[in-house]
Design a protein around this ligand. Structure first.
Ligand SMILES: Nc1ncnc2c1ncn2[C@@H]1O[C@H](COP(=O)(O)OP(=O)(O)OP(=O)(O)O)[C@@H](O)[C@H]1O
Ligand SMILES: [Mg+2]
Length: 455
């Protein structure tokens, strides 16, 4: 005669099967890692499943190998697991509301779990079994009692607990720890069996979610790169147009400037007309300089490479801005380590770099201040030359710092905003670099160039 299943046992099996189906459907329909962790732990602790009183989830950091506490859920914080009915009994799933997620996240227990990190490479029986052998740890088996995992569990104040690995594609992604501290109810064979089934599905779902996040990140960075490319192309088209315009404007300006210069010479120096003509000459000079900057920026500069001495270039720059320093009441301090400081580059363009930085510093200190220029090595083992130009002009607001090297970014009424863009471009063409930061009560620009042996 065939054995038949008693009705109570059959009802229990049906309940378990329904829970497993619901859990499986939930895992398949949830892709966000955060929500997934809440659903997994809520599923293990909710009143509808009555499996465990507390559940904690730790995920393994791939780089450090550490197990990082992600979430802890207790039956007090578990409310709100909704059953979303499907087309038939087997396609229903669970869902959880955002306010329940927030409540669970902010609970003291969850914060305690989140502040816990467990070293996964320690020699502990629990860790070895769960992380390395991918096997369930059942209550009563020995832990090492000294490692962070054992210490953590000891601090939770429980006697009986179980730990299940979250495994996907042969790798342990993390662990789930469960216990029953309020009732001290024993964790029996059926509970462990259930935990194992749920952890198996949760492992795959967590892996899918991590992969999905990675794909999303890659997609976002691809979209960024595409936007930068389109923006770059647009800038290049504008640059070409500006260069043509600048070129066409230069000739009439030279003519106007030339005639105004003649007027200045021919008019009596104390007349108002002389003063007007003189203003025209000065303003034309400024416009010419602006156009020269625009052209310099839009053209790909040809580098005339020679061995040049950075110390000499800096001294040349000091001479060029001596009157500006004097007019602004700025004291110049220089500290040059003993050289030689030779680099392979275009001395004219490198002078443009340092002069632009020094003039910016002067413009930042209209009422005087101090300019400190230093020259030295980056470090003993690197063949790099470091030039820093520091002023006491109040510095650059933090939100502006990322923008100052952008072409046309200026805060000055008469600036073109091309100075630092040109500096950056020249240094890139020389295999060098520049960084800006605030130091003391001003801005500090640090230029790095490659050192070259003088022949
Ligand atoms: N030493 C500095 N201290 C404070 N702000 C600075 C300093 N150097 C640059 N800046 C800021 O960076 C902006 C961009 O500088 P950049 O040299 O590119 O253009 P600009 O000086 O405004 O105009 P241009 O150099 O074309 O005359 C400046 O407008 C200024 O706001
Ligand atoms: Mg400038």
């Amino acid at each position: 005669m065939e054995a038949c299943t008693p009705p109570i046992q059959a009802a229990k099996q049906l309940d378990e099967l329904t829970i497993l189906y619901q859990f499986s459907n939930t895992m398949l329909s949830t892709i966000r890692l955060n929500k997934l962790t809440h659903l997994i732990l809520t599923g293990l602790t909710s009143g509808s499943t009555m499996l465990f009183e507390r559940a904690m989830l730790f995920l393994r950091n791939e780089k450090t190998g550490m197990l990082l506490g992600m979430l802890g859920v207790t039956q007090d914080t578990v409310g709100g697991l909704r059953v979303v009915e499907g087309e038939d009994a087997l396609s229903s799933r669970w869902d959880i509301d955002d306010d329940v997620i927030d409540h669970q996240r902010e609970s003291a227990f969850s914060k305690h779990v989140r502040s816990t990190r467990i070293e996964a490479s320690v020699d502990c029986a629990i860790i070895r079994r769960v992380i390395h052998e991918h096997r369930l740890y059942a209550p009563g088996e020995d832990g090492c009692q000294v490692c962070e995992a054992c210490d953590f569990i000891h601090r939770l104040g429980v006697t009986a607990f179980a730990v299940a690995p979250l495994v996907a594609r042969g790798k342990a992604l993390g662990i789930i720890v469960v216990d029953n501290p309020a009732s001290n109810k024993a964790i029996d064979h059926d509970d462990l069996h259930f935990l194992q089934l749920i952890a198996n599905q949760a492992g795959m779902a967590v892996e899918n979610s991590i992969l999905y996040n990675r794909v999303e990140e890659a997609h976002a960075s691809l979209r960024d790169a595409r936007e930068r490319l389109v923006h770059g192309k647009r800038l290049a088209a504008i640059g070409e147009m500006v260069a043509n315009l600048a070129h066409e404007l230069k000739n009439p300006l030279v003519t106007i400037g030339g005639f105004a210069g003649r007027l200045v010479k021919g008019l009596p120096s104390d007349s108002r007309e002389h003063q007007y003509a003189d203003t025209i000459v000065k303003e034309i000079g400024r416009l010419e300089q602006m156009l020269a900057d625009l052209l310099a920026f839009s053209r790909k500069p040809a580098i005339c490479c020679n061995i040049c001495d950075v110390g000499e270039i800096l001294i040349d720059c000091f001479a060029s801005c001596a009157t500006t320093l004097e007019d602004h009441g700025i004291t110049l301090a220089r500290s040059f380590e003993s050289g030689p400081w030779t680099t392979l580059g275009d001395a004219h363009q490198l002078k443009q770099v340092f002069l632009n930085l020094m003039l910016n510093a002067c413009e930042a200190m209209p009422d005087g201040g101090s300019l400190h220029v230093s020259l030295g090595k980056v470090s003993l083992d690197k063949k790099c030359i470091l030039v820093s130009i520091q002023d006491s002009g109040g510095g650059i607001p933090a939100d502006m710092l990322p923008k100052i090297f952008n072409p046309f970014y200026t805060t000055k009424p008469n600036g073109t905003g091309l100075g630092l863009a040109i500096v950056n471009r020249i240094l890139q063409n020389h295999g060098g670099s520049i960084e800006a930061r605030n130091e003391g009560n001003g801005a500090m620009f640090t230029v790095t160039l490659q050192q070259a042996e003088a022949h």
